[in-house]
Write a protein that binds this ligand. Structure first.
Ligand code: ADP
Ligand code: MG
Length: 509
């Protein structure tokens, strides 16, 4: 896909030209290629991707652009990179991959515990090195200069990191003349592997959304039995609505806390799956199997090992309803509201030592208690909401000329599902925070059809569905009412609340 097809809603041409000029000023020649990869907003389906249930993200207009050009050089420059960033806070970096003396594999130092901005550039480079240059007969990568600019707010749940890694992968592919034959599916696979190098164990939602999204659509991304993506046309164009994103700007200190809690949720859902298997007498493939909740739902019926076709909504819906009928077995009794590791082990029919070995290496939080029932109910209900959201979109898309009443009805239905998702994230999954509760409450008062946190939560952004005509007043209200709460003023406000249209995935030229 060509960059020039994007339209100019987000000043694409202006930013593109400015980047070309800046590249010339810094490196003394024109860039040979510019790669673009957008951030993404998850519309519905929160915290269910790692349980392997499908989610519904869309690419946003905000993106990362990477301009690059090979540099003339000798052997001492093999694959060497000069990386610069238009934003001054990201200081210039130079690095080069080295071949391991033993195995001959290319190596780039990335410390996941001390990430710098260029770590994401290196991560993109890694995949290209591993895919195309492992065999010495394939030659060596070219030395390259790159210049990065971006408008995805970093660390806000809009996945600036996936945008960085996808754009970087594309830039190194282009500079080394390896774009031919590259499919979107392959690019997603490479980007997922690449982001794992910076320590993010992601299932592929962010990378798939950044690469595969198409304008005016959401992307249904499912993970079981394997990564699969299919576009869903959103009603926003014909029903004249927009998504408005609002950044809570929760401090990074709190965000660090979020990582621990995130890991805890991963363990809770896996442990819950193991407990369900035992309590419901479902088959287990091996003593040390750690099935996902998605697999448990499959075993409740008689799903083949390969899973149902991702499009087979009615079978999955029936299985999820059945799962909700039995989820009560995870309820603690009496006054006790949480479950300790000891209780979980007992429920899972295992001795505590074996249970710890199976799960505790996944977390560094031991002295805590777990809420298996609430977490699991959220996962099953949220998975059903994703199906309902897709159904509402599909029905509307099938209507040849929807009436104003039909438009209003579909927006209300999507909004209702978004609100229900927020409520569930807040009370069952407990991944909200006062700032996100406040932002979504203001959004509803200001007339949004629906509003919810997006991304992992505990900070980051909210997404609201708003009638197009009402967007300017809506943004103004959110800024005015949230600013005192977050201690913001002036120019910072524009960065906090902005509208976005579902945008196209990565491209370059
Ligand atoms: P998220 O993916 O939710 O935005 P992450 O913590 O995963 O948050 O990734 C944010 C990191 O990505 C930043 O700390 C920074 O290193 C990198 N990053 C994001 N945007 C840019 C940019 N425009 N230029 C350089 N690095 C960026
Ligand atoms: Mg990220």
């Amino acid at each position: 896909q060509l960059y020039s097809d994007l339209g100019d809603a987000a000043n694409h041409a202006v930013r593109w030209n400015a980047l070309v000029e800046e590249f010339e000023a810094r490196f003394g020649r024109k860039p040979a290629y510019i790669a673009r990869a957008p951030g993404r907003v998850n519309l519905i389906g929160e915290h269910i991707d790692y349980a392997l249930f499908g989610v519904l993200p869309a690419a946003v207009e905000r993106d990362i652009l990477i301009a690059c050009a090979p540099r003339a050089g000798g052997a001492d420059l093999d694959g060497g990179v000069r990386a610069q960033n238009v934003a001054a806070q990201y200081t210039p970096a130079e690095f080069a991959p080295a071949r391991g003396a033993q195995d001959g594999q290319w190596f780039l130092a990335i410390d996941p515990k001390a990430l710098r901005w260029e770590s994401y550039v290196k991560a993109g480079y890694y995949g290209v090195l591993n895919t195309f240059f492992d065999d010495p007969a394939e030659g060596v990568p070219v030395p390259i200069d790159i210049l990065v600019t971006g408008t995805v707010p970093a660390g806000s749940g809009l996945s600036s990191s996936a945008a960085m890694v996808v754009a970087s992968t594309l830039a190194f592919l282009a500079a080394n003349d390896r774009l031919a034959g590259m499919t979107k599916g392959r690019l997603v696979g490479m980007a997922v592997q690449n982001e794992i190098r910076v320590g993010v164990n992601s299932g592929g939602m962010d990378q798939a959304a950044s690469v595969i999204s198409t304008p005016a659509s959401a992307l249904h991304v499912s993970f079981y039995p394997r990564l699969h993506a299919a576009p869903t046309t959103l009603p926003t164009t014909r029903a004249r609505a927009s998504f408005v994103l609002a950044n809570s700007r929760v401090t990074s200190q709190k965000a660090a806390h979020a990582r621990t809690r995130y890991n805890l949720r991963v363990v809770e859902t896996r442990a819950a799956a193991r407990v369900l298997i035992h309590k419901l007498g479902l088959p287990l493939k091996a003593e040390d199997e750690r099935p996902t909740l998605r697999e448990v739902v499959g075993r409740l019926g008689s799903e083949p090992d390969e899973g149902w076709a991702p499009e087979d909504k009615s079978v999955l819906r029936a299985a999820l309803r059945k799962a909700l009928e039995v989820v009560d077995v995870l309820k603690p009794e009496g006054e006790h509201t949480g479950v300790t590791v000891e209780t979980m082990a007992e429920w899972a029919g295992m001795d505590v030592g074996a249970f710890r070995r199976l799960f505790v290496d996944w977390i560094d939080v031991e002295a805590t208690y777990f809420e298996l029932y609430k977490r699991t109910r959220h996962v099953f209900e949220e998975a059903l909401r994703v199906l309902a959201f897709r159904d509402a979109c599909a029905t509307f898309a099938a209507s040849p000329s929807p009436s104003p009443a039909e438009s209003e009805a579909v927006l209300k239905e999507l909004g209702r599902l978004m609100d229900a998702s927020m409520e569930s994230c807040s009370t069952l999954y407990e991944c909200s925070c006062p700032e996100l509760d406040e932002l979504t409450a203001i959004a509803r008062r200001a007339g949004a059809y629906g509003s919810r946190l997006t991304g992992a939560g505990w900070g980051g952004c909210t997404v609201s569905l708003v009638a197009e005509a009402a967007v300017p007043a809506f943004i103004e209200t959110l800024q005015r009412e949230y600013a005192p709460y977050a201690g913001l003023e002036g120019a910072a406000l524009a960065e906090v609340v902005f509208a976005t249209k579902p945008s196209a995935g990565a491209c370059g030229e």
